[in-house]
Structures are given as structure tokens and as C-alpha cells.
Design a binder for this molecule. Structure first.
Ligand SMILES: Nc1ncnc2c1ncn2[C@@H]1O[C@H](COP(=O)(O)OP(=O)(O)OP(=O)(O)O)[C@@H](O)[C@H]1O
Length: 295
């Protein structure tokens, strides 16, 4: 009998999850899965979750929440044989979309019993784990405002982005990969990622491969306001590589000097990092549950 621990974030995505827990319990009973639950509190969840995992010894730990909840679970099981399941219930659900995990609750639940497991690369960002996307600049500022606000959900994120856009000033960054400076200048945002897209489906890394042992650094340089609709269009049609304002580098390690100590976020959570930030790929360090693809 397999053992699954479900980590439920009661506030993510502004969605009520009381009934979901009952559905999960019934589903596991039908499928002869031994089940336990951990409800996040927002306080010391990583420590408490690790204790729970030690005591219960699950084969799979499934996050029922948004990117922050997925990241919490990943931190607790990284470099271990335990696999990560995802039932998306957040505002953005970025990693689950990138991995092709169904966004519908019942379908995502079904994946837990009909799946394959893939080991994906993750990133070490100055000693902190990133499983999806770390960025600095405009998006990180929006993420910070979003986290400070009372309202969750994708609408709130889009509203904050619109409010912040007009007044945003690009900042200076220096990027070094493999000991060479590859960029030194101002940028609207810099993203460091293994994945293809944000939870909003804005695609910054269309050819990114999540288990190729490399990550990408995406740079969006300052652009005239008149070009913003064109850039938005390119972001949502997988054609951002056609923009004259973007660059991308693939590498295994990098250092970014964030001269202005501009806002930075990792997997949907604002972080306070020093001016010099070091990035290292951790190849195949996280086992994730993926849907079985029909041939
Ligand atoms: N019981 C709780 N009360 C208040 N905050 C909580 C609680 N449990 C978790 N949190 C907070 O929820 C945040 C993570 O939310 P999560 O990212 O999963 O959902 P989301 O923000 O709605 O969606 P997404 O990240 O996909 O946009 C963390 O900041 C965490 O501290």
C-alpha cells in the first residue's frame, strides 16, 4: 500500500478547500492509499512538515495549493526518493502548468494513481531552493505587492501589474556565466529559470528543458512604453525570442550583481538577497509525479 501525505494551504488562490480534503480522503480510501494531511499555517511550515514526513514516511507528498505550497513541499523532499505530487489550487500554479499537470482538481487527483515519475533539475540560489523561477525587477515587485495585499487570485496579480507598470524604472545588473561577463546594463526584469513560463502563461523561455542539466537567464531590456502591447503579445504567443529587447543565456552556474538590490522573488515568494547572487543547477534533484501521456 502506498503512503501519501497531502499538504493543504487553506488560503491559496482564495479557494475554500474544506470539501477538497474530504474528496481526497475518499479517493485514497477507494485506491487503498494510506493517507495523512498537513495543513499549512504560514508559520514555520518547513520545519513542521519535515517532522511530519519523518514520522509518516510517505512515498509521495502532494501539495494542494499554489506555487508557494509546491515550493514548501519541494524544500522538504529535495534530493530524496520521495516524489512530489501537485494538485494546483493557487493563483498562478506556474510549475504545474509547465509540467503539464491538469489544472482541474479531479483530473489532478487521478494523476496520483496513474503517473510516471521524472527527476527534474532545480536551482540553488544563494543557498535557497528554486524549483520554477527566480526573477528580479518588475515581476518581483508585483509579486511582493501581491503578497502584501489581502486579495489573492490571478485578477489581483494583473491589477497590481497594471498599477505598477507606468512608474517602473529599470535597474542595472551585471551577469557572469562561466567566469565571463555576458551582460552589464539596465533591465526591466531578469529571470533565472529551468522552466518555460510564468503561472500567468507568459512564456519567457519557450525552448527550456526542465531536466537537461542547464538553466536559462532571460533578460528583458528597457523598452519604450509604446512597445509594451507588442511584448505582451509575444509573451503570450511563445514568440518572445523575436523581440529586439530580449536575450537569453543557457548555463550551469552564474553570478548576477543586482546593483540596486532590486526586488527579487523565488517561486512566487519575495526574498531578500545580497547584491551578488550565485546560481547553480542541481541536476535531477527533485522527483515529480507527472501524468501518463497517451500515445
Ligand atoms: N494558514 C495560512 N494562513 C496564512 N497564510 C498562509 C497559510 N498557509 C500558508 N500561507 C502562506 O501562503 C503562501 C503560499 O501561497 P501559495 O503560493 O501556495 O498560493 P497563492 O499565492 O494563492 O498561489 P500562487 O503562488 O500559485 O500564485 C505563503 O506565503 C505562506 O506563508
Amino acid at each position: 500500500m502506498s503512503k501519501m501525505l497531502f499538504v493543504i494551504n487553506p488560503i491559496s488562490g482564495d479557494l475554500d478547500k474544506e470539501e477538497l480534503a474530504e474528496d481526497v480522503r475518499a479517493f485514497c480510501l477507494r485506491n487503498q492509499i494510506e493517507t495523512d494531511f498537513y495543513k499549512t499555517t504560514g508559520e514555520e511550515d518547513e520545519r513542521h512538515l519535515k517532522q511530519k514526513i519523518n514520522a509518516f514516511q510517505p512515498d509521495i507528498v502532494t501539495a494542494i495549493g499554489g506555487d508557494g505550497t509546491v515550493s514548501l513541499v519541494a524544500k522538504a523532499i529535495i534530493q530524496s526518493p520521495i516524489a512530489l505530487g501537485i494538485i494546483p489550487q493557487g493563483s498562478g500554479n506556474g510549475l504545474s502548468k509547465d509540467l503539464g499537470i491538469p489544472q482541474d482538481f479531479d483530473e489532478a487527483l487521478h494523476v496520483l494513481v496513474d503517473h510516471h515519475i521524472m527527476a527534474i533539475d532545480t536551482l540553488d540560489v544563494n543557498g535557497q531552493l528554486s524549483i520554477h523561477l527566480c526573477d528580479m525587477g518588475f515581476n518581483a515587485l508585483v509579486v511582493e505587492r501581491f503578497c502584501e495585499g489581502e486579495t489573492r487570485g490571478p485578477g489581483a496579480y494583473a491589477w497590481i501589474a497594471m498599477q505598477e507598470f507606468m512608474g517602473y524604472t529599470p535597474k542595472r545588473y551585471t551577469i557572469m556565466t562561466d567566469g565571463k561577463t555576458v551582460f552589464d546594463g539596465e533591465a526591466f526584469m531578469i529571470a533565472v529559470t529551468n522552466a518555460k513560463a510564468f503561472g500567468s502563461n507568459a512564456t519567457i523561455n519557450p525552448s527550456g528543458i526542465i531536466n537537461d542539466g542547464e538553466f536559462e537567464i532571460f533578460i528583458l531590456e528597457p523598452f519604450p512604453k509604446a512597445s509594451s502591447l507588442g511584448i505582451l503579445y509575444q509573451l503570450y504567443t511563445d514568440t518572445i525570442d523575436n523581440s529586439i529587447y530580449t536575450h537569453r543565456f543557457s548555463c550551469r552556474s552564474a553570478e548576477i550583481v543586482n546593483h540596486a538590490k532590486e526586488h527579487t522573488q523565488i517561486d512566487g515568494e519575495p526574498v531578500d538577497l545580497p547584491e551578488k547572487i550565485e546560481f547553480k543547477v542541481m541536476p535531477k534533484s527533485l522527483r515529480v509525479i507527472l501524468p501518463n501521456v497517451q500515445e
